[in-house]
Ligand binder design. Structure first.
Ligand SMILES: Cc1cc2nc3c(=O)[nH]c(=O)nc-3n(C[C@H](O)[C@H](O)[C@H](O)COP(=O)(O)O)c2cc1C
Length: 224
């Protein structure tokens, strides 16, 4: 699955099949975490894989009794070396630790999606308890837990706010009324052309002319 499709396919999964994750896939998922960006490239993260049923149960209980978590065959507990981040960046290291791990987590989650594996990021937990369960050092912080597994049934997707409500130009709150036209219509048109190109090998001359005409229109559009 390509990246843009993985991003739109991704959703939090809280019901899992008992099917295990193939180790090769888990390797790819962790590799995606390893390659994430980090402040000054300090990579101050650690990924603890938890598959032990008793440990998973303890973690689910420590996560405000989110018992659904246990169904997931794998948990990745993401831990930051807070001391290292503070050594490099002082107090700012606190933010960077969370931000670094968030980058790694999203890479992990998207890699999982691309492999057809569902996930949920969990952050409601008693940190000291989870730290104890996985044996994390005092100088470290548990930044999140990612549950991984195959989705048991189609999850209803959450609603996302419109791009219009989230994007401004040059200064905060400065909106462009026809933003969809500027950012979106052309994108949709571009995708349409690609699709036609892929699906219709022997397209007619008329269709080819039509595509060229649209491409010409697009290139005339002033660049923002
Ligand atoms: C920082 C953070 C903490 C979260 N903690 C939990 C959690 O403890 N339990 C849970 O079920 N989902 C948790 N989620 C998942 C969100 O509930 C979910 O991403 C949100 O409802 C949007 O749904 P979607 O992921 O399907 O798009 C968390 C997500 C984030 C980013």
């Amino acid at each position: 699955m390509d990246l843009i499709s993985s991003i739109s396919e991704r959703h939090s999964v809280r019901e899992y099949k008992s099917q295990d994750i193939v180790m090769d896939d888990l390797g790819k998922i962790l590799e995606a975490g390893r390659l994430a960006p980090s402040s000054g490239n300090i990579q101050n993260w650690a990924f603890v894989i938890v598959t032990d049923e008793d440990k998973k149960k303890e973690i689910a209980v420590a996560s405000m009794n989110q018992i659904w978590m246990i169904q997931a065959p794998v948990f990745i507990v993401v831990i930051s070396d807070l001391e290292k981040a503070k050594r490099y960046f002082g107090e700012r290291g606190d933010y960077y630790s969370t931000q670094n791990c968030a980058m790694a987590c999203e890479n992990i989650i998207l890699a999982a999606t691309s492999l057809g594996i569902g996930s949920c990021f969990v952050s409601a937990f008693v940190e000291e308890r989870v730290k104890d369960i996985v044996g994390a050092p005092d100088s470290h912080r548990v930044e999140g837990i990612i549950t991984l597994g195959y989705e048991a049934k189609n999850t209803t997707r959450t609603r996302k706010a419109s791009l219009y409500s989230k994007v401004s130009f040059q200064t905060y709150g400065n909106k462009i009324e026809d933003m969809d036209k500027v950012l979106w219509d052309y994108n949709v048109l571009g995708k349409g052309i690609e699709k036609v190109k892929k699906t219709q090998k022997g397209i007619s001359v008329k269709t080819k002319e039509f595509i060229e005409k649209i491409k010409g229109e697009i290139s005339k559009k002033p660049k923002k």
